[in-house]
Design a protein around this ligand. Structure first.
Ligand code: NAD
Ligand code: TDX
Length: 351
């Protein structure tokens, strides 16, 4: 094997697509997936590649400095793709401390491990930190986030991600650590945990349960198909310039209510229901605290410099996603068993 890469958070939603892409496209890379397997980590996401010759799973916490030192000591890791994080805004509002621990302390622990393992010999090394557009705060009805937009996070989640971005840049500027960062808009697609809007709505539509829409449903998100994000990550990992930041997004803005109506209509078609039936399940609920009005990414830098663009339209990606959820009911049943019901009650009962 030519190279050993450490991917953190590879059992999660986006991480599993990134791991699969790297394991299958780069047979001469040894991919180590380090994941703590929190409620969001699921090895079923990677069942098809679990026995691949160039893949190793390591269960562990990015806050565990000793474990990281051992991993770097045992393997000649030359690249890191860092996705491990607590990722759900609502959970960060209810329980911020785990976000501070994993997203901030975990990231700096990883930076320290790479810095000390690479011992100032940074030739052919790279640590790539995956971040979010939420660090930029919220937009009004016009404008886009560029790589120069001032950070202005509002939720404990986005503040913790902003902090981790600052630490990554600080390690680059202070110690010369070869880092690169990308900030992506909302992802959707296969294996998305049903606490996030699209998979939660698919699950509830299917089961005849209320579809909870926060506030008036007027908040806008810019949605990108997860495999297009994984392709952008591949490109930035290989071709992105050290020290740079790249925004990733699909120029695909939807008001939440319009997205839900589109999804309801698609689900009616797929489930053989009369058009309009699923939309009857829409229920407006108490708004999220500090709810950002609008996110929209200017992705012209990655398009111009690296030639990336999304491969599917939203309608195509959403249909693929719905088809996957309907064909993978067993996956869904496994993830909604256990603690999910308790989470759902705490978050939505009486809302
Ligand atoms: P996810 O919640 O689905 O997965 C996170 C993974 O990290 C899980 O497998 C979990 O077990 C693991 N993990 C959590 N804490 C850990 C720890 N302390 N040590 C090791 N592993 C740990 O998240 P996701 O949606 O796949 O997001 C992945 C990354 O992409 C995150 O950094 C997130 O901020 C970023 N991001 C997500 C989106 C999105 O729309 N989902 C958009 C932009 C950026
Ligand atoms: O039940 C719901 N009802 C609802 O109206 C849920 C879960 C969400 N919403 C709204 C809130 C948002 O305006 O839908 C929108 C999308 O919500 P989420 O799916 O929770 O995503 P968001 O808060 O936008 O954050 C996501 O995108 C950026 C990811 O969860 C982050 O990890 C990523 O960084």
């Amino acid at each position: 094997m030519k190279k050993t890469l450490l991917i953190t958070g590879g059992a999660g939603f986006i991480g599993s697509h990134v791991v699969r892409r790297f394991v299958t496209r780069y047979p001469d890379y040894h991919i180590i997936n380090l994941d703590k397997l929190t409620y969001a980590g699921n090895l079923e996401n990677l069942i098809d590649i679990k026995d691949a010759a160039n893949y190793t799973f390591a269960k562990g916490d990015i806050c565990d400095a000793e474990l990281l030192q051992k991993l770097f000591g045992k393997h000649n890791i030359t690249g890191v793709v860092h996705l491990a994080a607590e990722s759900h805004v609502d959970r960060s509002i209810a329980h911020p401390m785990e976000f501070i621990r994993t997203n901030i302390m975990g990231t700096v622990t990883l930076l320290n491990a790479a810095k000390s393992a690479w011992a100032n010999d940074y030739s052919d090394k790279r640590l790539y930190h995956i971040s979010t557009d939420e660090v930029y705060g919220a937009l009004g009805s016009t404008g886009f986030f560029t790589e120069e937009t001032r950070y202005n996070p509002h939720s404990p989640y986005s503040a913790s991600k902003a902090s981790s971005d600052h630490l990554v840049r600080a390690y680059h500027d202070t110690y010369g650590l070869p880092t690169v960062i990308s900030n992506c808009s909302n992802n959707y697609g296969e294996n998305h945990f049903p606490e996030k809007l699209i998979p939660l709505a698919i699950n509830n539509i299917k089961n005849g349960k209320p579809i909870p829409v926060y506030g008036k449903g007027e908040n806008v998100r810019d949605w990108l198909y997860v495999q297009d994000h994984a392709a952008a990550i591949d490109l930035i990992f290989h071709k992105g310039k050290i020290g740079e930041t790249y925004n990733i997004g699909g120029h695909n803005e939807w008001r939440n209510i319009d997205l839900i109506l589109l999804l309801c209509s698609l689900m009616d078609k797929k489930l053989g229901r009369p058009q309009g039936r699923s939309a009857e399940q829409i229920t407006y609920v108490t708004d999220r605290a500090g709810h950002d009005l609008r996110y929209a990414i200017d992705a012209s830098k990655i398009a111009r410099e690296l030639g990336w663009k999304p491969s599917v339209t939203f309608e195509q990606g959403l249909e693929k996603t719905v088809d996957w959820y309907l064909a993978n009911d067993e996956w869904l049943q496994h993830v909604v068993s256990g603690d999910y019901e308790k989470y759902y009650q705490q978050m939505y009962d009486g809302r």
